[in-house]
Write a protein that binds this ligand. Structure first.
Ligand code: DAK
Length: 270
């Protein structure tokens, strides 16, 4: 794991590194690092996360990103202390949602490696990722109701789409926490693993994806996300256009030729 020291020097709330991958492109690792506040998401931390995701997204040597916290907390929510005195107009002027919206524009896959608390904005941040690998210890919840507010960074939408109305209503209206196993069964989580290996598992998955032809990976992600806000007709059309588009990549010719010639493909990422 090589340290991205130039980026670490720049940030106070996250640790950044890139992981070599003998199978393919590197994996970018972002670790939330406010352990004393259970990685509560303050404005500066979110700024650092989004900037780093964008930087990895632009880096041709990176195939996939992993976002994680520590054993006790992925993130226990937005920083309540930062919002406690804020008025509606102050929140509006801060316009923090603009930053969250930039996560949706990340083209490469992002995997959340979750251990401990993933609450409120922490759960929402995990849900902005494309997959969630959870330690058995992980606890997911949207406890905003206990602060007399509601999820504001996509919780009512992404959670409902992932786990369905019945479970989302229960989670958001009671604010209760749910286990990794419960969230796996509900469809929020890709895989639940032993506590000791959640990060390794997420990194392995990221390495595997980073070994695939980049443009196909990115267009597949885009098509899957499209299904959340389109009709089946429009979604199929979108998929079809992207399918045709991939026939314009060198990797498509290489992949099919390699199959026919019974050899390993040599991806170019174009
Ligand atoms: N914010 C600030 N500090 C927090 C925090 C949070 N969300 N969660 C924990 N901490 C701090 C605690 O204050 C404590 O700090 P000190 O007192 O030591 O200075 C330290 O972390 C350790 O926490 P505890 O002592 O409470 O630890 P326990 O193990 O006893 O309890 C807990 C763990 C997770 C059950 C508890 O900390 C807890 O209930 N935390 C709050 C969970 C919560 O309500 N989360 C939802 C927050 S509302 C937005 C985007 C998103 C959002 C809003 C706006 N925009 C883009 C505008 C999202 C809103 C939310 O997430």
């Amino acid at each position: 794991m090589s340290d991205k020291s130039h980026l670490n020097g720049k940030f106070n709330n996250i640790l950044v590194s890139e992981i070599e991958n003998p199978k393919g492109l590197k994996v970018g690792l972002i670790q939330l690092n406010r352990p004393d506040a259970l990685n509560a998401l303050n404005i500066d931390l979110m700024k650092e996360v989004v900037e780093t995701l964008e930087s990895f997204d632009k880096d041709a040597d990176t195939g996939c990103m992993v976002l994680t916290g520590n054993a006790k907390a992925f993130a226990a929510g937005a920083d309540i202390k930062e919002m406690a005195d804020a008025t509606a107009i102050e929140m509006l002027l801060r316009d923090q949602f603009a930053r969250w919206d930039r996560i949706r524009k990340i083209k490469k896959p992002v995997i959340a490696a979750v251990s401990g608390f993933a609450l409120g904005g922490g759960c929402e941040l995990a849900m902005t990722c494309d997959m969630i690998i959870a330690a058995k210890s992980a606890k997911f919840g949207q406890p905003e109701i206990n602060l007399a507010v509601i999820p504001g960074a996509g919780g009512t939408q992404r959670l409902t789409k992932a786990v369905g109305k019945a479970r989302a209503m229960e989670m958001i209206l009671t604010g209760k926490m749910f286990t990794a196993d419960e969230m796996f069964e509900a469809g929020l989580v890709t895989r639940v693993v032993e506590n000791e290996i959640y990060l390794d598992e997420a990194v392995e998955l990221a390495k595997e994806i980073s070994s695939k032809p980049t443009i196909a990976v990115q267009l597949a992600k885009e098509c899957i996300l499209k299904s959340f806000d389109s009709t089946i007709e429009a979604g199929l059309e979108f998929e079809r256009k992207n399918f045709y588009l991939l026939f314009a990549t060198e990797d498509k010719f290489e992949g099919m030729k390699a199959f026919v010639e019974k050899r390993k493909a040599d991806w170019k990422g174009r």
